[in-house]
Design a protein around this ligand. Structure first.
Ligand code: SF4
Length: 447
């Protein structure tokens, strides 16, 4: 059900709580070393490595990346990355086992195969990586060559994630990402032949010139390729924040109702094609571990989106990467230059962060359950935090318009989205964020 004021509310994506735009300059710089020092062997770890380079810029891109066709620049980055891994690991005196490693960016395969191998062996020497750890890598099918695929397989990469966005050539031209579906099919076949069985494809809606028909065809194309997971993200047009987006012709952008219909179309088509809907924007084949985790109530949300990773502690490496530790969040300097200078000087390259309070942890759990399950039992979540659900009653006034519009229900301490509220889980979750109201500002829109 399209309701303009709820669908266009400006909201965080809540890949963390509090969201990253509330981190404070300097805060994590002092606290991060202590947070690392306080980790114990009992706390499993996830590692994230941000590689901030691409072969060319897609105009829709919202990531921290830049064009680097200069291999010397990438080699210098890799040298600093290895040093950062050693700097951080020297602070973690009792590292827990690593359950997952995620290479994102940017395009991690901008590193040479030799550099990828050096990074992985440095990580394995610095941290106890479990034999069955999930190792995921974002790839760009336009630049992925066979040598990189062979190296990925040799390094134990278990999942490759690739951007498709939309298969229509006109939409691809409007976003500066020309990528024939035959090329995508060929790269997926090569990855699978090398033993990398699990494939994730990203699609988008709300792109310039995009229609419901384009979304249908794109959903059908990725399901015909048999990918295991699909993520469908709404394009967030924030050219004041991401300068490359200024190249997008705003007159071609779909309106709020069209965006809503495109999001619905993607879900309808992927579910009809046999995928289970996961959280607000992911889809997975029923046997995929994400779908199993969702069925078993183990789905979680972190900076990479939805995950079945049990680790609650995430350590990030590379410019702009965010670490999430029991004490709070720490984000590295976003620019390669500042980040490199800090690492070269032997300093942890953290620029900003936020300590989390007991109340933040409670609200984070409530928001995570709503975004994973579309429902939450406030009493049960509060009990797990040794708290009282009455701490959360301020949310009820903010929920009232959603209840009145038939998008959410409250029954005692149980809060749930209705079937009509399927697209509004983010809006419902945001009611538990007391710093957000009114729902305006420089976030992306809810749908
Ligand atoms: S390849 Fe990915 S990270 Fe690089 S510019 Fe395009 S969308 Fe951004």
């Amino acid at each position: 059900m399209f309701l303009h004021r709820h669908a266009t509310a400006a909201l965080p994506r809540y890949t963390s709580y509090p969201p990253a735009n509330r981190f404070k300059d300097g805060e994590g710089r002092e606290l991060y070393p202590w947070w690392l020092d306080g980790l114990t062997r009992a706390e499993p770890l996830s590692l994230y490595i941000h590689v901030p380079f691409c072969a060319q810029l897609c105009w829709y891109c919202g990531c921290h990346t830049s064009v680097a066709n200069d291999s010397a620049r990438i080699d210098r980055f890799v040298g600093h990355l290895l040093k950062e891994i050693l700097l951080v690991s020297s602070r973690v005196h009792e590292p827990g086992e690593v359950c997952s490693i995620h290479f994102g960016g940017g395009t991690p395969t901008m590193m040479s195969p030799q550099a990828m191998a050096r990074v992985m062996s440095t990580l394995r020497d610095a941290f106890p990586v479990r034999g069955d750890a999930e190792i995921a890598m974002e790839i760009d099918p336009r630049t992925l060559d066979d040598a990189h695929v062979e190296t990925m397989a040799a390094l134990g990469v278990t999942r490759a994630s690739l951007g498709v966005q939309d298969v229509d050539p006109d939409v691809q031209r409007a976003i500066n990402r020309i990528q024939p579906t035959e090329l995508v099919a060929d790269r997926i076949a090569t990855l699978r032949a090398a033993g990398i069985r699990s494939i994730n494809a990203d699609l988008m809606y709300g792109l310039p010139g995009q229609t419901v028909d384009h979304v249908h065809r794109s959903a059908d194309a990725v399901s015909a390729l048999g990918v295991d997971r699909v993520a469908v993200f709404g394009y967030a047009h924030v050219p004041w924040f991401k300068k490359n987006q200024a190249a997008i012709d705003e007159t071609l952008l779909p309106g709020a109702r069209e965006r809503f219909e495109q999001a619905e179309a993607a879900e309808e088509r992927l579910v009809a094609d046999g995928y289970a809907a996961i959280g607000i924007d992911h889809f997975a084949l029923p046997q995929d571990s994400l779908a199993v985790a969702a069925r078993e109530g183990r789905l979680r949300r972190n900076f990479q989106g939805y995950t079945d990773d049990p680790a609650k502690t995430l350590i990030g490496f590379g410019p702009s990467s965010i670490s999430a530790l029991p004490g709070g969040y720490a984000q590295n300097a976003p620019h390669v230059k500042q980040w490199s200078e800090a690492v070269a000087a032997g300093r942890l390259p953290v620029q900003r962060g936020l300590g989390v309070t007991r109340e933040d942890r409670l609200r984070r759990s409530v928001i995570e359950r709503l975004l994973c399950d579309g429902a939450v039992d406030l009493r049960a979540v509060a009990a797990r935090h040794d708290d009282e659900p009455t701490l959360l009653v301020d949310a009820f006034a903010r929920l009232a318009p959603l209840i009145r519009d038939g998008l959410a229900t409250v029954d005692g301490w149980q809060v749930a989205a209705t079937p009509a509220g399927r697209r509004y889980w983010r809006t419902i979750a945001a009611c538990f964020d007391p710093e957000l109201a009114p729902f305006t500002g420089r976030h992306s829109v809810a749908v």
